[in-house]
Design a protein around this ligand. Sequence first.
Ligand SMILES: Nc1ncnc2c1ncn2[C@@H]1O[C@H](COP(=O)(O)OP(=O)(O)OP(=O)(O)O)[C@@H](O)[C@H]1O
Length: 610
Amino acid sequence: MPVLSLLAVAPLFLSSYYTNILYMIGIYVMIAAGMNILIGYCGIVSIGHAGLMAVGAYVSAYFSNTYGLSFWVTGLIGVAAALLTGTLFAIPTLRAGGVYLSMVTIAFGIVINEILIRWDGFSGGPLGISGIAKPSALGYTFTLTSMYELVLVGALTALFILRNVRRSAWGRAMIAVKENEIAATSVGIKPFRVQYIAFALSSVLAGLAGAIYAHANSFISPDTFGFHMSVQLVLIVILGGAGTLLGPVIGALIIVMLPEVLELEKLRLALYGSIMFLVLYLLPKGIAGTGGAWVKRWVPLNRRLARTEELRGPITATTTLPETIIPKSTRTQTPRLSLDRLLPALQANAVTGKEAVLQVRGLNKSFGGLHVVKDVSFDVATGTVHTLVGPNGAGKTTVLNMISGFYPCDAGAVTLQARPLSGLSLQQIAAAGISRTFQHTRLFGELSVLENVMAAMADSFRPGLLAALARTGAARAHEADLAVRAHAYLDLVGYAGDRSEPATALPYGHQRMVEIARALAVQPRLLLLDEPAAGMTAGEIEHLENVISKLKSAGLSILLIEHHMDFVARVSDRVTVLDYGSIIAEGTPEEICRNPRVIQAYLGEEDDDA
Ligand SMILES: Nc1ncnc2c1ncn2[C@@H]1O[C@H](COP(=O)(O)OP(=O)(O)OP(=O)(O)O)[C@@H](O)[C@H]1O
């Protein structure tokens, strides 16, 4: 607060030269905050955002000069134009993906700049537009000082949005997609949708900054919005710390001040290049990112406060969550939740009766000339644990991938509770009631354990984007509810570790349990577990066995892939054995363990002792 008050009254004791520098820093903070959503949260590096700033500036200036409209109207038109252009920009950029993505953004910036140079009637050509009116309200016309105050409000609003996005389902989904798009899709997140939102927010903020800049400066030209400015903006985000709240402020401060202090105006680009090189080499997380990690490491209090209480085994139906494990920001007045709130959801999803929850008929799959799944058919009975076993390469994971929609079937059909799944997208299959874990865990490393589970909840986005951006009371209450439920899912799997820890730092066994909690948060009718015991210690396997039994008794149906045969024998109701892509046996675990074909498939010879 004292810093803010000082910033607000800065023009009173600073010369107009320094006020102007502060104003430029504010403009850059506004755009960089939006770009931080794109670069830091989504991992999409755009080197064309100066083009979006130009759209906001030129459209506002054009309507102001041509039609004499007030800044408050033309600014809005400029922002709308930037949003529209950002949308047109986002579609090819997101489709391109990978290394081509940044190339598309560079091309976009260059195209906009060329249009501005050549479209004289609109942009004034290379000479630009001058005489742009300053904003006025109630007979008062803004001066440089009051424009600075306007920019200060704009920059703070942009930072507020940056912070709120990170604290919302949108921010979690953006990071989830960046960290592991396949896993994000498996919990129902739509990558294009969340990445587009990041593009849209960054476009709006770039357009707004452009409009304010045009009216404060009274003059704009294509030179201002060239390639160097896009590079400058990326540098601000990376130098400050991508994905951090203070990053845009620190980055803008350094990038605007440095050429002034060093009086290196002509060598500006060389200076930026050198800074980029040094930052990427020495501080890959940027200044705020590295500082934040340092503080976390050396200030144990922070960790202690966030540390989860040790839970003594899985929660029972009457257990309530200790208040201290719910983060302060997400505490509600009644932060207690018993399992009654969770298990009925699972039970309601589980069908009762004798019919199969899942029917698999005649599945076939080939990769190139290799026919890896051949006419596979089986049923998973409701409320049972059904296990697929077979030697390495038998086709088990491929079957799971076809059921969950990751691979299209060459032939055959999958039906969930009489609903055919063919043709459904991954998100539709998740919504229909299938969730899964992966053979090699795919957690969202940058998110905390708790956030990993929160990211999977279908109603995450319920209060809407605007409510999340403004962090309204409803949005905060919803976040608190998501956190309480996420804790309960973690309790359900008996997760005893630190839930504020980033998932990337977890030991292997913990990762597997968090992945199961995340899959449960989708509220599946059928849970697919791909080798959940792989890499676990004997104690962890025993714990997993208890969790599976508990889920089964809650009414959940489970399709499991597993190699540990004693574990399979203990948890399974029915076992299907695959070998070279075909089913060679099906029955109870006892029948399977005695089956000579199975023994031969596993050991290569008939061996009764086995
Ligand atoms: N995307 C893919 N492209 C090409 N071949 C694939 C692909 N996925 C699987 N395969 C091949 O299909 C065969 C079956 O693989 P799959 O992973 O389904 O076996 P699995 O029974 O799950 O084996 P494991 O127990 O070792 O995980 C293997 O030969 C594998 O190399």
